[in-house]
Design a protein around this ligand. Structure first.
Ligand code: XMP
Length: 517
């Protein structure tokens, strides 16, 4: 973890669903922040030299035997600590305070009642400000040396502070949007109390990351698979900035891409960035392997296998490659580390990439592994990628094979590409692309009767789907103004020969998934 160059704040994770959000809110103050499991030893933290520590909330109750506790030596590091919810409670009981479980758990909005006691943490926060509460336990007796600076109707010790030791605690959640002045509180802690310099920005990230990549890579070569998606595009642009022609990109045109996709990738990366790009035109290979297959699982397996075969060939053709670049993001990194998973974050530096033969055991290079998705977008823009690339909707690895339901043929894929292109074009024209997480069309293996002019038609049915979502785990269908669907439907039926009926999918996830498969 790169921590030396700029001031950092460590978020100690007690299993909160909001830990990532806390780190993001701190970064929004232009101070670098990352998450460590609560089991991280005080010695490790000391070595990392953060300017402040935030204890996250968590689902446990401090009174439960075996509930998470940080290393007690953390309280002797002379580093400011802010405890949020469970973080406050755990700090309290480990420093002479008491916590009780009232009969009723408090969940929802509350209003702050500021007390007379001076408070650094609450500087600039209004009396009566709205905050978001979600807790079962409450502090009953303050921890040593602490004073209470704020209450709410149902919670006496809502904000507590020990100015001398720089220990602070809040019962509510300053990191969520339901606490509108939460960022002021976090800024007070991060900037004023922890005395950090707000120097972390995408420009500084690029500078340190470029230097780091150059140092790691030396005069060796790096291979990067481009998919056309945001993450791999940003990885390629960043690596190119760092090592220029030592980067070789591979783009596999599997014939399952959207309309114009291959041209876009070539024009951006080869023509604009002048990146060494190997394009593997493998449409026939994929379509031959998929011939006659309708089972979604089988399709996925086939696409995965052919991809590995093609990629392997390209990797060998690329020459003497030492590194393989991947667009792993911070949420993937955190997910793979459980809160109790070990003393510190270890970085996997050497392992085989799924499916590639052992003699192609590259060292992985993952330059985005410290970033959240919106930061990746910001980075992409800073590196000169266009909005079209940076704000793209997600697109599945197996491409249109999961959207062309039933047997896949070139003809059906072409039909689907046309439908998809019209749908996306109409969404863009209506100015709605940015409001939608993902929009997609599928082609069903169903024919229905229609009429066009005086003629009876018997053609395929397509579905349109657009969803809003935060993380693709859950999703809701997008409520289009009817005119947008009307124009899309009428254009599809008029312009796409083999489709005569358009359905709009109004299933949320769950129970539906985003893709149809
Ligand atoms: P589902 O359909 O499971 O999709 O609700 C959730 C998100 O994941 C994408 N998706 C995939 N992405 N390979 C990928 O790279 C896949 O096999 C795959 N299947 C689904 C989907 O587009 C959505 O964003």
């Amino acid at each position: 973890m790169e921590t030396k160059e700029h001031d950092t704040i460590v978020v100690l994770d007690f299993g909160a669903q909001y830990s990532q959000l806390i780190a993001r809110r701190v970064r929004e103050q232009h101070v670098y922040s990352y998450i460590l499991p609560y089991t991280t030893s005080a010695a490790t933290i000391k070595e990392l030299n953060p300017k402040g520590i935030i204890f996250s909330g968590g689902p446990a109750s401090v009174s439960t035997v075996g509930s998470p506790r940080p290393d007690p030596a953390i309280f002797s590091l002379k580093i400011p600590i802010l405890g949020i919810c469970y973080g406050l409670q755990v700090m309290s009981i480990m420093n002479g305070g008491e916590v009780i479980r009232p009969l009723k758990r408090e969940y929802g909005y509350a209003h702050l009642q500021l007390l007379e006691t001076p408070s650094r943490l609450l500087k600039g926060i209004d009396n009566n400000a709205v905050v978001w509460m979600s807790h079962g336990d409450s502090v009953k007796k303050l921890f040593d040396g602490a004073v209470c600076t704020c209450s709410t109707e149902n919670c006496e010790f809502t904000v507590v502070e020990n100015e001398e030791r720089k220990f602070y605690g809040v019962q509510f959640h300053p990191e969520v949007v339901h606490t509108p002045q939460g960022s002021t509180l976090l800024r007070n802690f991060v900037i004023d109390i922890c005395e950090t310099k707000a120097q972390w920005s995408m420009e500084s990230f690029i500078e340190t990351e470029v230097a780091r990549i150059r140092e790691i890579v030396g005069d060796k070569q790096v291979l990067c698979g481009l998919s056309g998606g945001v993450d791999s595009s940003v990885v390629a642009a960043l690596l190119h900035r760092a090592i220029g022609d030592q980067l070789v990109c591979v783009f596999v045109n599997n014939g399952l891409l959207r309309k114009g996709e291959a041209d876009l990738v070539i024009s951006v990366f080869k023509e604009h960035f002048k990146i060494r790009l190997q394009v593997a035109d493998s449409e026939d290979l994929f379509l031959d392997a998929l011939k006659g297959v309708s089972d979604p699982e089988k399709k996925r397996k086939i696409v995965g296998k052919v991809f590995i075969d093609v990629f392997e060939k390209e990797a060998r053709a690329a020459g003497d490659i030492s590194f393989l670049a991947q667009g792993t993001l911070y949420p993937d990194v955190i997910e793979s580390i459980s809160p109790s998973g070990g003393p510190s974050v270890t970085i996997k530096s050497h392992h085989n990439v799924g499916g590639l033969p052992p003699d192609l055991a590259f060292t992985l290079i993952e330059p985005l592994r410290e970033l959240f998705k919106d930061e990746v977008r910001e980075l992409g823009k800073e590196l000169g990628l266009t909005d079209e690339i940076v704000y793209r909707h997600p697109f599945p690895g197996p491409g249109l094979s999961v959207r062309c339901i039933g047997k896949i043929t070139k003809e059906r894929l072409d039909t689907l590409r046309e439908v998809d292109a019209i749908f996306i074009e109409e969404i863009r024209k209506a100015g709605l692309y940015g409001e939608i997480w993902q929009a997609l069309a599928t082609l069903l293996p169903v024919k229905s009767v229609g009429v066009q002019g005086d003629e009876r038609t018997y053609e395929e049915v397509c579905t349109l789907r657009a969803v809003t979502s935060e993380d693709a785990m859950t999703a809701d269908w997008f409520k289009f103004p009817p005119e947008v669907l009307q124009v899309a439907s009428s254009r599809i039926c008029n312009e796409v020969q083999r489709v005569n009926r358009v359905l709009y999918d109004i299933t949320s996830k769950p129970p539906g998934t985003i893709e149809w498969e």
